[in-house]
Design a protein around this ligand. Structure first.
Ligand code: ADP
Ligand code: MG
Length: 408
């Protein structure tokens, strides 16, 4: 499979990296920083949210995934202090949370969001990277939190990049990604794979990010010209979602063991029926379905890359919808709300395909459309959803955007 590698060696290094696409700080952020801290920030960074384009639950199975960084981001404004005080603020609330340098006491309740930058500060030494002492810090965003668009990874990467810039540290982009994931896994305590931070870190305007999760290895694939991403957030969340994730993870690992491999990514799609037939004892039905989803999904990611490179957008769309059907029937991580949106969208003119995006059991879905699908079409889909479920989905028209960068 031919992939575009990083466009230039410098692209891999985040320090002092400014995008060719000049980006201004989030409107109001610099002024709010001055109001709260009485001076201007010396550093402003930005890291985008992401969608999972295709590759559902493939990351922890050693597989591949395609994501897109979107044009909604988290921004961090930062200025150093010489007195060893660290003062954290978010535009989402009025309070300033203070810690002394070296004090990693977790935030609770309204202050629990500081666990993301604190987790990054805790992770930096694990990667032999220096940690800034005192600072003033303000986060702002045009990315909705808790919507499955990975504001948590964006917050980690924007924070990590600000801290690295503050100590004048040049680091490969991959290290920033790993620092963010380490913070989320070990400090915040969410066992996410590499997708969220990988896409927020390696995003590129008008490109998708391809990740071979086992390396991990990152590359980009051009996003089809004239195609559009529409995201519908159902704001629903299955009550047992954490337990269900863990259960799916356990079922995938049981499938790999039962089929005699370390991870399901070790089984090529063509070999799967034979491997399933030969398994002794036979796989329980549920476990077999999970294996068929994951192995099929990894094949769909690869087929999507081929179709994207061939410019065959209708084929990409069919793969996206096939991915959803596999989630719906084999992985059983869809919901009536997500199924309704997929069914409603794919019946419309201009929609190439649609699928749930992210972990499932609620959350967001995405559609790939051509440019005859516009805001009026999205509003009609939202109205149909409201008529059926009595609530409005949040609708976002997103562009594939650049990954984490310093903007000032
Ligand atoms: P997602 O990553 O899908 O957006 P998470 O629950 O993983 O959802 O992360 C959301 C959390 O990230 C929020 O509850 C908050 O703690 C933190 N967060 C995100 N954006 C901001 C922000 N602008 N200011 C402060 N905290 C934020
Ligand atoms: Mg998150």
């Amino acid at each position: 499979m031919a992939l575009t590698g990083p466009p230039a060696a410098g692209w891999l290094t985040v320090s002092l990296m400014k995008s060719a696409n000049r980006v201004e700080p989030l409107p109001g952020l610099v002024g709010h920083f001055a109001e709260r801290f009485g001076r201007e920030p010396t550093i402003v960074t930005r890291a985008p949210g992401r969608i999972e384009f295709v590759g559902n639950h493939t990351d922890y199975n050693g597989g591949t995934v395609l994501g897109a960084a979107i044009d909604r981001a988290v921004w961090v404004a930062y200025a150093p202090r010489t007195d060893g005080r660290r003062r954290f603020a978010s535009e989402r609330g009025p309070q300033i949370v203070e810690r002394k340098a070296g004090d990693l006491t977790r935030g609770e309740g309204d202050e629990s969001w500081i666990n993301y930058p604190l987790g990054v500060l805790a992770a930096l030494p694990e990667f032999s990277l220096p940690v800034p002492e005192g600072f003033d810090y303000l986060v702002g965003a045009d990315l909705p939190p808790g919507s499955g668009l990975s504001s948590s990874a964006a917050l980690e990467l924007a924070s990590g990049l600000a801290f690295l810039e503050a100590t004048g540290t040049a680091t490969p982009r991959e290290v920033l990604v790993k620092v963010g994931r380490h913070a989320e896994n070990h400090f915040v305590g969410v066992p996410c794979g590499i997708l969220d931070q990988g896409v927020s870190g390696f995003g590129q305007a008008r490109h998708l990010v391809f990740i071979d999760c086992r390396g991990p290895r990152f590359a980009t694939v051009p996003f089809p010209a004239n195609a559009h991403l529409w995201i519908f957030n159902t704001h629903t969340k299955h009550a047992l979602v954490d337990g269900l994730y863990a259960q799916r993870h356990a079922e995938c690992m049981a499938a790999a063991r039962g089929l005699g491999v370390e991870l399901l990514a070790d089984i090529p799609l063509a070999a799967l029926p034979e491997r399933i037939a030969a398994a002794r004892p036979p796989l329980p039905e549920k476990v077999e379905k999970r294996a068929r989803h994951i192995v099929g999904e990894i094949a769909r990611v690869d087929a999507c890359v081929v179709a994207l490179r061939a410019g065959d957008v209708p084929a990409v769309g069919l793969l996206l919808t096939a991915s959803h059907r596999s989630s719906q029937h084999l992985f059983e991580n869809s919901t009536p709300e997500l199924d309704f949106l997929v069914d409603t969208l794919i019946a419309r003119r201009g929609v190439y395909g649609a699928r749930l995006s992210g972990g499932g059991f609620g959350g967001s879905m995405m559609a790939l459309t051509d440019d005859i699908f516009g805001p009026a079409d999205a509003a009609e889909v939202a109205a149909a959803y409201r008529a059926r479920f009595g609530a409005d989905p949040e609708v976002l028209h997103a562009l594939a955007a650049d990954g984490a960068q310093r903007v000032r």
